[in-house]
Design a binder for this molecule. Structure first.
Ligand SMILES: [Zn+2]
Length: 161
């Protein structure tokens, strides 16, 4: 296991916390000098805040921990490719390196739909390292949505199982 895979396992642990709370399983950690300084997982349903994405929460916690809006020399690990809002927060916090697991065909802004992190016209770019432990990260999501669909189907037709 290389270093990126090592830290991604902690992001996956965060995603599992989300799943246990009935949230879409997405997790993130921020690493500075080899140390995890902030963690976060998706809490959108509980908070009912559009900003409660895993990496957005982790960025705010890292800002608090470091006492600065700048997160230079940090690497963000997130199980799902960042959306436009989170990519914006990454650029605004000057994070230089982003490692993600699964790509997001519906919202991914780190290379899939567009690449806001390596956009030369912005004043900051982040290096993107995609598809680290991709299978584990995307399987968690696939399983979550499959279970959700089955639950909904059973609610509609309680006689069928
Ligand atoms: Zn996001």
């Amino acid at each position: 296991m290389n270093q990126d895979e090592h830290y991604m396992t902690f992001a996956i642990e965060e995603a599992k916390k989300a799943e246990q709370e009935g949230e879409v399983p997405i997790g993130a950690v921020i690493v500075h000098d080899g140390e995890i300084i902030a963690k976060g997982y998706n809490q959108r349903e509980q908070s009912q805040l559009a900003s409660s994405h895993a990496e957005f929460i982790a960025i705010e916690r890292a800002n608090e921990k470091i006492g600065s809006w700048r997160l230079e020399d940090c690497t963000l690990y997130v199980t799902l490719e960042p959306c436009p809002m989170c990519a914006g927060a990454i650029v605004q916090s000057r994070i230089p390196r982003v490692v993600y697991g699964a790509k997001d065909p519906k919202a991914g802004c780190a290379g899939t739909l567009m690449n806001l992190l390596e956009e030369e016209r912005f004043n900051h770019q982040a290096e993107v390292v995609p598809f680290i432990m991709e299978e584990t990260c995307s399987e968690m999501l696939t399983t979550f949505f499959r279970t959700l669909r089955e639950k909904k189907r059973k609610q509609r037709d309680p006689d069928k199982s």
